[in-house]
Design a protein around this ligand. Structure first.
Ligand code: SAM
Length: 304
């Protein structure tokens, strides 16, 4: 019997663990804590500054309008960075930015951010409150298929059921010179190890797939879709996770394990094992007294 199966059998008994996705409010709070305690967005911004201008250099050539589709745009912070780079590349060209996002709460935050941001003239925004597969079904049923110049899927493919079908569909929507940008956790990250070792002991749910860049590049290879993959270093400060009763630490535990109230509801032996493991070098490094979990990100660029 494999070690993972042994752990699952051992821990499945008498566990009252519940998926974090069953409590949307807590999930949003945990995600905010993750952003506050990680270099996730800084890492993305570095990519947007250094790599994105080269990637989008030709997407709008000979076009009177640039069409951008954001899948799972969240509260829009990263989307607006992308728009500023496209604007800088194509000054004065009209941009049509459409967002597919199932969370009403996130859409409200996105709209608030747009309302208080300057320099967005020439950009038209539209939000669709739906998942990527609902969007796919809607446009296919209505035969209302638009081509797009830039499509991005940032930290959202975990929530898609049939990823190869989704990749194939959005690839078919690319206009001439268009690109897709996907961001997911890297196959070299601590997440990969955490999910492989403990995924089966944590609450199973229909909403989230444990997918990393290694899985995605394999899928793209099978589909025969060409891509380039860039890896950037990122970390998540999980020091508070090892301070008993620390509120920030508890929310970060929930985010790491996708479990509601992990420290209260996990079987003690599972909790002890994960706590010990996450301090090991394959998951984290210790710098100046801080425990930094490996949150390396992969940026996958697909061409038309
Ligand atoms: C981790 S957040 C990332 C948000 C943003 N892209 C960022 O990087 O800050 C994932 C987002 O995907 C959205 N989402 C979840 N399931 C989705 C689906 N099936 N299709 C499209 N978006 C989805 C969530 O509501 C959430 O806003």
């Amino acid at each position: 019997m494999r070690k993972q199966e042994v752990i699952r059998i051992k821990h499945n008994m008498a566990s009252s663990m519940r998926s974090l996705f069953s409590d949307h409010g807590r999930y949003v709070e945990c995600f905010r804590r993750f952003l506050n305690n990680s270099t996730e967005h800084q890492c993305m911004l570095e990519f947007m500054d250094k790599q994105l201008p080269g990637i989008i250099a030709r997407i709008g050539d000979t076009k009177s309008e640039i069409k951008i589709l954001s899948i799972g745009g969240g509260a829009g912070e990263i989307d607006l960075q992308i728009l500023s780079k496209v604007k800088a590349q194509y000054p004065g060209v009209h941009i049509n930015n459409e967002v597919v996002e199932p969370s009403a709460e996130q859409i409200t935050k996105y709209k608030e951010l747009v309302a208080k941001t300057s320099n967005l003239e020439n950009i038209k925004f539209a939000w669709h409150k739906e998942t990527s597969s609902e969007y796919q079904n809607r446009v296919m049923e209505k035969k209302d298929i638009h081509k797009w110049d830039f499509i991005h899927m940032i930290q959202m493919l975990y929530y898609v059921k049939d990823i190869p079908a989704t990749l194939k569909f959005f690839h078919s929507l690319l206009a001439t010179n268009a690109k897709i940008l996907i961001i997911v956790v890297s196959g070299t990250s601590g997440w990969d190890k955490l999910w492989k070792k403990y995924g089966s002991c944590l609450p199973q749910n229909d909403l989230c797939e444990y997918v990393t860049s290694s899985d995605l590049t394999q899928m793209l290879d099978s589909l025969g879709i060409k891509y380039e993959c860039y890896d950037l270093l990122s970390n998540m400060d999980i020091t508070d996770c090892f301070i008993d009763g620390n509120e920030n630490g508890e929310l970060l535990w929930d985010f790491l394990t996708e479990t509601c109230n992990f420290t209260m509801t996990a079987p003690p032996d599972l909790k002890a094992e994960i706590m010990k493991d996450l301090q090991e070098p394959e998951f984290s490094v210790r710098i100046e007294g801080k425990v930094l979990f490996n949150n390396n990100l992969s940026f996958i660029v697909i061409e038309a």
